[in-house]
Structures are given as structure tokens and as C-alpha cells.
Ligand binder design. Structure first.
Ligand code: PLP
Length: 396
């Protein structure tokens, strides 16, 4: 067993060897700036465009619909702000789900400060946006220009019904964006010819590529203002000298992720089911209205088709997730809390609050995200450390 047990793959993951090899090759041999027309620059441009073509193919897009960005955050900011600025003559209303990542939610707050209005759709107790509620909101607000709903939630792993939500949105003449940062490379259901989203955000470091690069898919013909101004890179839509080695690493990681998806997902699903069984065996399940002082609450859908294979989100209501995370960390186990630490205070997770409305549950939530290299022994050890920590906390 490794001395560190890494169970935070949704935060980031180890780079795949294929990505390291592709980046090293590009750094050693393709140092040119991709813009000029001499041979070294042409090599860099070729490397960049090969990477673009590989990435485009993974989602059934055309090469000229993929724009490199600095990652998921920039892609999300660009999708929302770029659409808002381009379409404000049509309307100034945007719909998102209440459980989006802060890259979306904080961009919405920015847009509200610029005169746009935003509806945050509630979700059901497993984190699903109900298509009928979207339809009602679209009917009520004909000035809606954009709907943005994530493909998979980063905290509780819920997969959204992007196909239906996209269809309803298009029926009302608005654009549809999906933040696919957690879903990209983990499901092959995200093909833009089958599910015709207009905008799609992805990030390399969630699939074993480098940090600091992502892409925004922009369907041909979509009106979108630029977010970053300067040179004419990325066909005049996203300025800044391109990071060619990172693009090569991203493409290599994506190729490997898609080629190994079936095997990796199968391994993760098995571990996810095992993790759940072990949690229930060790701590029991607390029923919603039970006053019992112990027991866990499972967040999001049960393991299966409606949930990412790598995510386990569990609440220990009444216990501080922070204390549990410290105990896990002391034992060399990396996991993450359902809370974001902002300005020194712990804010309960907006996702757990949206699915349960229960602050104690949100404050006691831990997210484990596994990778195919994790083992049952690592999960057993995690359960053991959690058990010891809970006993210590409860007798304090
Ligand atoms: N969107 C989701 C759903 C995420 O999980 C993340 C990162 O955790 C982001 C956006 C931001 O991506 P990046 O780290 O590439 O900026």
C-alpha cells in the first residue's frame, strides 16, 4: 500500500504517462510560437492543431469548434460572459442550476452586477434538475438567452439529463452550455452531435493532463464575445500565445482516458460499491427522520448509471467534516470536505444545502473521489481511520 492514500481525484489527478511523454516531446522539440509562418512556428502550429483535432474527435466536434483556454474556470467564465455580452440585445436573463461550480455561480453574480438577471434552478434530493422546472422557467422568461447546467456535479457526482435540458432550451430559442469538467473523459455520452449543446467546458487536469489548460467547445455559428483580448490567436477569439506542450499533453491524456474509459469506469464502479458497503457496515445508515446519533447519509444517486463512477459523498450529520479530514490527513489519506473555506469561515456546501436544506448535514460531509489505481485495502484503511476519528470526536 502506498504511504499516501489519494482519494481526491475530482480535485485533480496524477498526470498520465502518455501526457508527460507528449509534453516532454513538445517542450524539447516544439518550442516555436505557433503564430509566425517560418518552419519552427509551423511545427508548433501543427502540434497545436493535431491536439485540437484529437480533442474535437472525443466529443464529435469539428476541429474549428475547439478553443484552448487556461482551464475549466476560464471556459465557464467565457461561455457565460461571452454569451451575455453577445446576446444582450435579445434578452438579459440566464438560467443555471443551484448546484453549479463556483466558476459558474460567481460569474453569474458578476453578470448580475452588470444588469443581467439569473435564475438558479432548484434540484431534487439527489441533485437532479427537473426538466419540467426548466420548461416552466423558460415559459415564464422569454428573455432567457442562455441555460447552463453541468454534465456531472463535482461534489455528489450526479449526472444531469443534459439531452432533455438542451432540447427544452433550444425549443425556446436560447443557447445551452454545459460545464463538463467532471464528466469529460468519464462518460462517452457527451457527443455534441447526439446532444447538440452550443457550448461545452472541459479541463485537462481532471483526466490526467496538465493543469492550466482546458477548452471551450463553441458550436459553429454561435454568437460569443471574446473574454481575453490581444493577439489573433485561436482564430481571433482567445488571445495569448498558445501553450503548445500543454495542448499536446491534454490531447494525449484525453486519448488515453477515452481508450481506457470502459476498464477504468468498471474498476471505479466496483470500488464505489465496495466503499458504500463498507461505510454502511461500519456506521449504519441514518434514516432521514431518525434521531439516532450515528449513521451516515449517502449523498446523490445510488451507485449506477445516474452517478459518476468515481464519486462517494457521505455525510456524518452533527460531526465536523473538518475534524474528520484532519484525522484522515494525519493518517495520510487525502479527501475533501463539502465546505469551502472562504475568508477564514467554513461555508456549508451550497450543493448539500440545495439537495437537503440541512446545515448539519452539509457541515459533516466528506467527498472521496477514487481513481482506477485505488484498492480495496485503501478503502478498508480509510473506514478504519474514520471509525477511530468518529469515536474520538464523539467521546470528546
Ligand atoms: N467546473 C467544475 C464542475 C469543476 O469541478 C472544476 C474544478 O474543480 C471547474 C469547473 C474548474 O476547473 P479548473 O480547475 O480547470 O479551472
Amino acid at each position: 500500500m502506498n504511504s499516501v492514500i489519494y482519494l481526491d481525484h475530482a480535485a485533480t489527478c496524477r498526470m498520465r504517462p502518455e501526457a508527460i511523454a507528449a509534453m516532454t516531446e513538445a517542450m524539447e522539440h516544439t518550442f516555436g510560437n505557433a503564430s509566425p509562418s517560418y518552419s519552427i512556428a509551423r511545427d508548433a502550429k501543427r502540434c497545436l492543431d493535431n491536439a485540437r483535432a484529437v480533442l474535437a474527435e472525443t466529443i464529435g466536434a469539428g476541429w474549428n469548434e475547439i478553443f484552448f483556454t487556461s482551464g475549466g474556470t476560464e471556459s465557464d467564465n467565457w461561455a457565460l460572459t461571452g454569451t451575455a455580452e453577445a446576446l444582450q440585445d435579445k434578452g438579459k436573463h440566464i438560467i443555471v442550476s443551484a448546484i453549479e461550480h463556483h466558476a459558474i455561480l460567481h460569474t453569474c453574480e458578476y453578470l448580475e452586477s452588470r444588469g443581467f438577471s439569473v435564475t438558479r434552478l432548484p434540484v431534487d434530493s439527489e441533485g437532479r434538475v427537473r426538466p419540467e422546472e426548466l420548461a416552466d422557467e423558460l415559459n415564464a422568461r422569454p428573455d432567457t438567452i442562455l441555460v447552463s447546467v453541468m454534465a456531472a456535479n463535482n461534489e455528489i457526482g450526479t449526472l444531469e439529463d443534459i439531452g432533455t435540458l438542451c432540447r427544452y432550451t433550444h425549443d425556446h430559442g436560447a443557447l445551452f452550455h454545459t460545464d463538463a469538467v467532471q464528466a469529460y473523459g468519464k462518460t462517452d455520452a457527451l457527443n455534441v452531435s447526439a446532444v447538440p449543446v452550443d457550448l461545452f467546458s472541459a479541463s485537462a487536469h481532471k483526466i490526467g493532463g496538465p493543469k492550466g489548460i482546458g477548452f471551450l467547445y463553441v458550436r459553429n455559428g454561435t454568437r460569443l464575445q471574446s473574454l481575453i483580448h490581444g493577439g489573433s490567436q485561436e482564430r481571433g477569439r482567445r488571445a495569448g500565445t498558445e501553450n503548445v506542450p500543454a495542448a499536446a499533453g491534454f490531447a494525449a491524456a484525453a486519448k488515453a482516458a477515452f481508450a481506457n474509459m470502459e476498464n477504468e469506469t468498471r474498476a471505479e464502479r466496483e470500488l464505489q460499491a465496495y466503499f458504500r458497503e463498507r461505510l454502511l457496515a461500519a456506521f449504519g445508515e441514518r434514516s432521514g427522520d431518525s434521531p439516532a446519533p450515528s449513521g451516515i447519509l449517502w449523498n446523490g444517486p445510488l451507485p449506477g448509471d445516474d452517478r459518476l463512477a468515481n464519486n462517494i459523498s457521505v455525510s456524518f450529520p452533527g460531526v465536523s467534516a473538518e475534524s474528520l479530514l484532519i484525522s484522515l490527513d494525519l493518517a495520510g489519506i487525502c479527501a475533501s470536505g463539502g465546505s469551502a473555506c472562504t475568508t477564514g469561515a467554513l461555508d456549508p456546501s451550497h450543493v448539500i444545502m440545495a439537495v437537503s436544506g440541512d446545515r448539519k448535514r452539509a457541515e459533516g460531509t466528506i467527498r472521496f473521489t477514487i481513481g482506477p489505481e485505488n484498492t480495496k485495502e485503501e478503502i478498508d484503511r480509510t473506514i478504519e481511520v474514520l471509525g477511530e476519528a468518529l469515536q474520538r470526536i464523539r467521546t470528546m
